[in-house]
Ligand binder design. Structure first.
Ligand SMILES: Cc1ncc(COP(=O)(O)O)c(C=O)c1O
Length: 366
């Protein structure tokens, strides 16, 4: 079976973890600080704050920026639920607006139309590894004095106009979950150029502690372990190479499948570098996405659906009355049509060609 995801862990990661275990410093320590420094350098920002996972990185970022009850945060309904859950944890309300059907990312025009006196921020997601249109969003944020955040959980190494995801807004949150472009098992990072935001994130990350056992605020425990950071340092050094393999696999699939009737292959804007956390096609053939998914599965190719529902259609959000302000027809259509094909660095060129061949065979049977 060609799996939809496969962490790339080698002897180097194992050695790095063993060194930490032997050192006796397992929790927060110099290895975490080194990971933060290297990650900030890679992204091109002044500060990086490591956390337990991507969800806590999102929460810490929003909370450190002062987002809270009474605030509205405009975001996308077509993402993993962690994005908007983090907004809810702060006491603020996520306001969902529709996506651009070409890139699956938040549509800046819809953002503009959803601004109210309570709007404090825009939270863009670089879905599947393709950056959101941060230029248009930056302009809106500046005109309306809003904060602009990135959910870069799927976009390690992606660029927009030559700048890395994670350096395109006021602050960003990354995830290092096992399926991501780089992993620490579980793990997360906040990146920013805003010194006070970074300092506040660090304060909140450890029980509001300003000095040893001097607690000045109600904080949390969201520290990354040295074990995670040791894996992260090795993974970071391999990230560009791993992303190159993802891009090579994506280019094989797009070369073979581009322009065929019944499916739509992903776009890469001329100003963007897509890192293909997921390679996502739309299945427009009348037999439907699930039919192609079963066909692939029977032939040894695992697929996935990211995501089968627009977030307002999740039972928990329905109960909370969180609908899209514009009805989000594009997000709802995407939820019915998208299918992710394997492109992770463990997929060989021959396997990518095989996957494309199976999709073509299915299309040929139409
Ligand atoms: C877009 C997006 N945001 C947030 C998260 C949350 O990250 P984590 O699972 O590390 O909490 C993920 C990944 O799971 C994600 O894909």
């Amino acid at each position: 079976m060609i799996r939809i995801a496969q962490p790339q862990i080698g002897e180097e990661e194992i050695e790095a973890v063993a060194r930490v275990l032997r050192s006796g410093i397992l929790s927060h320590g110099p290895v975490v600080e080194e990971f933060e420094e290297r990650f900030a350098e890679y992204v091109g920002v002044d500060y990086a704050v490591a956390t337990t996972n991507g969800t806590s990185a999102l929460f810490l970022m929003l909370k450190a920026a002062g987002i809270g009850p009474g605030d509205e945060v405009i975001t996308t309904p077509f993402t993993f639920i962690a994005t908007s859950n983090a907004v809810l944890y702060t006491g603020a309300r996520p306001v969902f607006v529709d996506i651009d059907p070409r890139t699956f990312n938040i549509d800046p025009q819809r953002v503009l139309e959803a601004i109210t006196p309570r709007t404090r921020a825009i939270l863009a997601v670089h879905l599947y590894g393709h950056p959101a249109d941060m230029r248009a969003l930056r302009e809106i944020a500046e005109d309306h004095k809003l904060l602009l955040f990135e959910d870069a959980a799927q976009a390690h190494g992606a660029t927009a106009w030559g700048r890395k995801a994670g350096s395109l807004g006021d602050a960003a949150a990354f995830s290092f979950y096992a399926t991501k472009n780089m992993t620490t098992g579980e793990g997360g990072m906040v990146t920013t150029n805003d010194r006070s935001l970074a300092e506040r994130a660090k304060l909140l990350r450890l029980h509001g502690q300003a000095g040893k056992y001097n607690h000045v605020e109600l904080g949390y425990n969201l520290l990354m372990t040295s074990i995670q950071a040791a894996i992260g340092l090795v993974q970071l050094s391999k990230l560009d190479r791993m992303n190159e393999v993802r891009r090579r696999n994506a280019s094989i699939l797009s070369r073979e499948l581009g322009g065929l009737e019944g499916i739509v292959t992903p776009v890469e804007e001329p100003w963007a570098v897509h890192v293909y956390h997921q390679y996502v096609i739309r299945v427009t053939d009348r037999r439907g996405r699930d039919s192609l998914a079963s066909y692939l599965n029977e032939r040894g190719v695992e697929t996935a659906v990211h995501y089968p529902r627009a977030l307002p259609d999740q039972p928990v959000y329905k109960r909370m009355g969180l609908d899209c302000v514009d009805g989000c027809p594009e997000a709802r259509r995407a939820a019915r049509e998208v299918l992710s094909l394997p492109v992770h660095p463990g997929v060989s060129p021959g396997q990518a060609e095989y996957i494309a061949g199976v999709v073509k065979a299915w299309l040929g049977e139409a």
